[in-house]
Design a protein around this ligand. Structure first.
Ligand SMILES: [Zn+2]
Length: 426
């Protein structure tokens, strides 16, 4: 039976599966703060068993407050080992069910199983007579699945100074293998504004300077900067062009659509909005500079003014950054247990690691959580065999991080207090 081949002892495995079922029955969709608090309180009870000091902080959020669970080891000071996850789910809960190794439940995969994995790892360490790292700091946030204001703030705040960050979000299944995540793309938003010269298309066509034509040319050129694989990409999300009274007063101008009005005018206004995504800040700067250069050249060639305004930037997690070696070490720890892991160096969506204080300088292991499928749907499930494997892996990783500095390419960067030793504390 599967029971005897599980990498977890039966009592720990059974406890973990029961806890996951229980957590999945608590409805904690983003904004259902009572449910989110109940999940936080239930997890706090589990973490407290392992000597973590648990506190559910009420954080101001849009005129109200939202709960953030903070569970700290005795020496979680300014340079903690930070574990991050979210308590909320996309859908409100339906009763969970189990078929074989599949547990179907709302938020089972994303990401209640991630926290259960942590509880099972702590149970396993306790059974081995080991303690978790004394500087452990677990932070569970309430709104990652929606706008994520509290999540972003908490990730930034608690990660400043962290010696390493472990993210309990799910990995992915790839054939017979599962993944860990090392790289996440960042993005920069931009807006291109063009002004040309209006002219009658019948009487003075060649005197006009079409902002629309220039915008379309720029879009084509900008798109061709996109590269597959690890290259940067440029997405034109909106293109609006026409006469300035159409573009600059769009709600009123929209009545022109489908009519003959102003079709006889060379359009003098255009706006293009979009974003570029990249895997390193250097790559991001290069592509933004190229976009500006294209705008300059075009304005000269087409006789229009073109201004590229740069908006918000969300930092990438560089797959070759500080996390690469710790991820490699995690893969080795898995291999020592006969568990083959693949590295995802280019996960597209923005998530926790992008909001860390310094995403490419803090060693991050992301996607540590068990795999499954149907994320954010009524069919969402977690693979319980993966939950068991990854609980064992997390126990081994925490054990490793008790005794080792975090490896980085620049060499070990911070000492941390050893269990039972006389670390700096505070
Ligand atoms: Zn998630």
């Amino acid at each position: 039976m599967a029971r005897s081949t599980s990498p977890l002892p039966d009592p720990i495995r059974e406890r973990a599966e029961a806890l996951l079922t229980e957590l999945c029955t608590i409805s904690s969709a983003t904004g259902e703060n009572e449910g989110v608090r109940r999940v936080a309180a239930r997890l706090a009870r589990e973490f407290s068993r392992h000597g973590l000091r648990c506190e559910i902080r009420e954080v101001p959020d849009n005129g109200s407050t939202s709960p953030v669970l903070v569970a700290s080891g005795p020496r979680a000071g300014r340079h903690p080992l930070l574990l991050l996850g979210h308590l909320d789910t996309v859908l409100p809960a339906c009763p969970p069910s189990r078929t074989g190794e599949r547990l179907v439940g709302t938020g089972a995969l994303d990401m209640k199983a991630g926290f259960v994995m942590l509880v099972a790892a702590l149970d396993l360490l306790a059974q081995r007579g080991e303690r978790p790292p004394l500087d452990l700091l677990v932070v569970a946030v309430p709104d990652e699945e929606a706008e994520g204001r509290v999540s972003e703030m908490a990730a930034r705040h608690f990660s400043s100074g962290a010696r390493a960050v472990l993210v309990l979000e799910p990995g992915e299944r790839r054939g017979s293998r599962e993944t860990l995540v090392v790289g996440r793309r960042g993005l920069t938003e931009w807006r291109l504004e063009l002004t040309g010269r209006a002219a009658h298309s019948g009487l003075a066509f060649w005197e006009g300077r079409s902002a629309l034509l220039a915008a379309a040319e720029w879009c084509g050129q900008a798109h061709r900067l996109s590269r597959p694989g690890r290259g940067a990409t440029v997405n034109m999300a909106r293109l609006l062009a026409g006469t300035h009274d159409f573009v600059d007063a769009l709600p009123a101008g929209a009545r022109l659509l489908g009519t003959s009005s102003q079709r006889n005018v060379v359009p003098d206004r255009a706006i293009v909005e979009g974003e570029t995504r990249f895997l390193s800040l250097a790559q991001g700067s290069r592509i933004v500079a190229r976009l500006a250069q294209l705008a300059d050249r075009l304005s000269q060639r087409r006789g229009v003014t073109a201004t590229l305004n740069i908006g918000t930037t969300i930092q990438p997690v560089d797959p070759c950054g500080a996390g690469a070696e710790l991820v490699q070490r995690t893969v080795e720890l898995a291999a020592a247990r006969g568990f083959e892991l693949e590295i995802e160096d280019d996960r597209g969506g923005v998530s926790f690691p992008n909001f860390l204080a310094e995403p490419s300088r803090i060693p991050v292991v992301d996607g540590l959580g068990p795999v499954g499928g149907g994320m954010h749907t009524r069919e969402e499930f977690v693979d319980l065999a993966s939950l068991a494997r990854r609980s064992l892996l997390l126990a081994d990783l925490l054990s490793f991080l008790c005794d080792h500095l975090v490896p980085t390419k620049k060499g070990p960067h911070r000492a941390r207090p050893r269990p039972g030793g006389r670390g700096k504390g505070g």
